[in-house]
Design a binder for this molecule. Structure first.
Ligand code: NAD
Ligand code: AHE
Ligand code: ZN
Length: 368
């Protein structure tokens, strides 16, 4: 079949809207009509050329929601008309990683996914017979996609696609990092570096679990008002504060119980660790740093009890946890609507990237 998609032909170039040939679902695969997709900073990161796994030409996008149109042989858990969210972190429930119950990083299709291919090592997308690569196993900047069954979360049918698409990455990443990775407890002091599409979700989850101080750090003062609305109690403008770490230690009687880096900058990753409380403070790295970057600190920071952790997709097991997060939104426990600041048709997707780069948007959502 044919589908409309935004193609990334080359690093650093705007996307172009084209008609693409899409092969049908093979065994264990599902054809999905994407109804809406968010634009995440990671799409920009890969498009910029900074992602070592970045591969071109490809169809980016990993924050979508849509409807099952057809299923291939052997698909058991999904049927036509089911509503779904594609998962860049699948959940096969059979691999060593899934069975360990210690991680959400299912590895059953990770190697082909990282090479822009389906699990049988081929691409379903092509133009004039030449393959176009998949991205993160999802490629939600295409109106129709083919994905493995294990990479789809079935969600309730009354959830609006143009809002819950954001649960496909940003909401789950931020909320999950608080609930599943850090397991923040009531009364804890929390610091969030970067108040964008991820950081604001960390803030709303920290408020949800009853955190005490919730300190936000950003270089964009326009982020303060929105962050306060979501639960931030103190704001530090990193451009104006001479020593961000000392300022946080001063505000928290010795350091944060938990910090979250939601920028992808190795300098702020170090600050996020070093502003943590001696003996127990945990710093969670969420931001994705560019290829070749390294983090550093004095080992004494770790010897004296601070803990450095990472979190991918908020530690969420997609098929299990994403439907629950959709319920939390539908029950009014999570605010997604106010974070979606811009809505665009696919033809204007490049404007969504511009709005992100200029700091004007929190999340732009493309509506098909
Ligand atoms: P965003 O662009 O919406 O937000 C980034 C925020 O950081 C902005 O508010 C910006 O002003 C602020 N910022 C930039 N430089 C800063 C600095 N030096 N000091 C303080 N603040 C600074 O991005 P996003 O969509 O929220 O994504 C944030 C990061 O998280 C990206 O690196 C993205 O790739 C990553 N990410 C990781 C996961 C994961 O699973 N680990 C999932 C989604 C996104
Ligand atoms: N090359 C990676 C993108 C970089 C990355 O770290 N991705 C995060 C998710 S960011 C979502 O906005 C991730 O979860 N990585 C886990 C993994 O196994 O790479 C990619 O995913 O293509
Ligand atoms: Zn993302």
């Amino acid at each position: 079949m044919k589908t409309k998609a935004a193609i990334a032909w080359k690093a650093g170039q705007p996307l172009t809207i084209e008609e693409v040939e899409l092969g049908g679902p093979r065994a264990g695969e599902v054809l999905v009509e994407i109804k809406a997709t968010g634009i995440c900073h990671t799409d920009y990161y890969t498009l910029s050329g900074a992602d070592p796994e970045g591969i071109f030409p490809s169809i980016l996008g990993h924050e979508g929601a849509g409807v099952v149109v057809d299923v291939g042989p052997d698909v058991k858990s999904l049927k036509k008309n089911d509503h779904v969210i594609p998962l860049y972190t699948p959940e096969c429930r059979q691999c060593k990683f899934c069975l360990s119950q210690k991680t959400n990083l299912c590895q059953s299709i990770r190697s082909t996914q990282g090479r822009g291919l389906m699990p049988d090592a081929t691409s379903r997308f092509s133009i004039d017979g030449k393959p176009i690569f998949h991205y993160m196993g999802t490629s939600t900047f295409s109106n129709y996609i083919v994905v493995p069954e294990i990479a789809l979360a079935k969600i309730r049918e009354d959830a609006p696609f143009d809002k819950v698409c954001y649960i496909g990455c940003g909401v789950t990443t931020g909320v999950g990092a608080v609930l599943f990775t850090a397991k923040v407890e009531a009364g804890a002091n929390v610091v969030v570096f970067g108040l964008g599409g991820i950081g604001l979700n960390v803030i709303q989850a920290a408020r949800m679990v009853g955190a005490d101080k919730i300190i936000g750090v950003d270089i964009n003062p326009a982020r303060e008002a929105m962050a306060r609305k979501f639960g931030m109690t103190h704001f530090i403008n990193a451009k104006e504060e001479k020593n961000v770490v000392d300022a946080i230690i001063g505000l928290t009687d010795g350091g944060a119980d938990y910090s979250f880096e939601c920028i992808g900058n190795t300098t702020t990753m170090r600050q996020a660790l070093e502003c943590c409380h001696k003996g127990w403070g945990q710093s969670i790295v969420i931001g994705v740093a560019a290829a070749g970057q390294e983090i550093s600190t004095r080992p004494f920071q770790l010897v004296t009890g601070r803990v450095w952790k990472g979190s991918a997709f908020g530690g969420a097991r997609g098929r299990t946890d994403v439907p629950k997060i959709v319920d939390w939104y539908m029950d009014g426990k999570l605010n997604i609507d106010d974070l979606i600041t811009h809505r665009l048709p696919l033809e204007r997707i490049n404007e969504g990237f511009d709005l992100m780069k200029s700091g004007e948007s929190i999340r732009s959502v493309v509506i098909y």
